[in-house]
Design a protein around this ligand. Structure first.
Ligand code: UDP
Ligand code: MG
Length: 313
């Protein structure tokens, strides 16, 4: 028997929270009854600076049943930071914590298997989506493309695993030692190491409310992940530069031949295209390098990743 905490980041989730809370409570109670987890186990909602009644609902849940706890951040810091805030705040009070979304897209029935694997000695258990039947074609295509790209770029992520995972207290402590501000937990957790395993589940539909990850946020999240885990894009730019430089030799020879054969005016199209192509490549490259410099800039500031306003327990 061990103490299990469920950590749930919530941003404007008033529509789905009451239902999620009931489902999670029933799950935890069932686990307590069968003697898998202790009666000290809790459900911790992290309010990520919501603008709706989310925090009021969390407070009411806590008042009605002490199995619920709430952490309120001083402002919206994004999913990854909210999750980290929750995990680091509870790390000394539990043996293991499972992070999951407030919308119940992560199947709570996978928790049993996670608990089982933890009892067998795993420090980290990844929840992996066995399929994406409920996702739209577009979401599936972009998301799987993203995981493939991460693999290609050499970042060690678990394919089709989002942030539904169990971590032991010592794994959370180790994660806390990673001091970076540009957080991408899916890439960091595998770096923690320890014995780990996967459990498979079917990703469900959002119970209520709408996604807090519209396309724009999804793209910037993917970009964040890539640039904070891999320096390969910079290397590609170097290779691209070398390639373009080699091409320019060929073009030099070509232009000389053209010049001596007295055929110079007709090269206009070619020139125009080259200017645009090279200009584009240069701007793009400077942009990518700038992205990394921006990251270095933010990391050197060492700003706090989150600020806890209240912790009710
Ligand atoms: N979330 C958060 N802060 C944010 C955005 C989202 O804490 O700034 C939480 C949200 O409440 C949910 C989880 O992160 O519990 C995942 O968000 P969502 O379900 O909207 O993403 P999707 O499943 O559509 O990718
Ligand atoms: Mg969701």
């Amino acid at each position: 028997m061990f103490t299990l905490f469920l950590v749930v980041p919530c941003y404007n989730e008033e529509e789905v929270l009451p239902e999620s809370a009931a489902v999670l409570r029933d799950k935890l109670r069932a686990l307590q009854k069968e003697g898998t987890v202790s009666t000290e186990s809790r459900i911790v909602f992290v309010n990520d600076g919501s603008r709706d009644r989310t925090w009021e609902i969390i407070k009411a849940l806590h008042a009605a049943d002490p199995i619920f706890r709430g952490i309120s951040l001083s402002r919206n810091r994004g999913h990854q930071n909210a999750l980290l805030a929750g995990l680091l705040t509870v790390q000394d009070e539990c043996d293991a914590a499972i992070s999951l979304d407030a919308d119940l897209q992560d199947d709570v029935n996978a928790i049993d298997e996670m608990a089982q694997k933890f009892s067998e000695g795993c420090d980290i258990v990844y929840g992996v989506r066995s399929g994406r039947k409920k996702d739209s074609f577009f979401k599936r295509f972009t998301a799987e493309g993203f995981y493939r790209m991460m693999q290609f770029l050499g970042a060690d992520t678990v394919f089709n695993h989002a942030d539904f995972r169990l971590m032991s207290a010592r794994a959370i402590k180790a994660l806390g030692e990673f001091r970076e501000v540009n957080l991408f937990l899916r890439g960091l957790v595998p770096m923690v190491g320890f014995r780990s395993d996967c459990v498979y589940y079917e990703r469900l539909e959002r119970k209520a409310g709408e996604s807090k990850y519209p396309l724009g946020k999804m793209l910037s999240f993917a970009f964040e992940g890539i640039t904070s885990l891999s320096v390969k894009p910079i290397r590609f730019i170097t290779l691209l530069g070398a390639f373009v430089f080699l091409c320019s030799f060929a073009i030099l020879i070509y232009s000389l031949i053209r010049h001596f054969t007295g055929n110079t005016v007709r090269g206009w199209t070619f020139l125009a295209v080259s200017i645009w192509a090279l200009g584009g490549i240069q701007l793009l490259s400077i942009g990518v390098i700038g992205e990394y410099i921006g990251k270095v800039y933010l990391e050197t500031k060492k700003r706090p990743r989150y600020i806890v306003d209240q912790y009710i327990k």
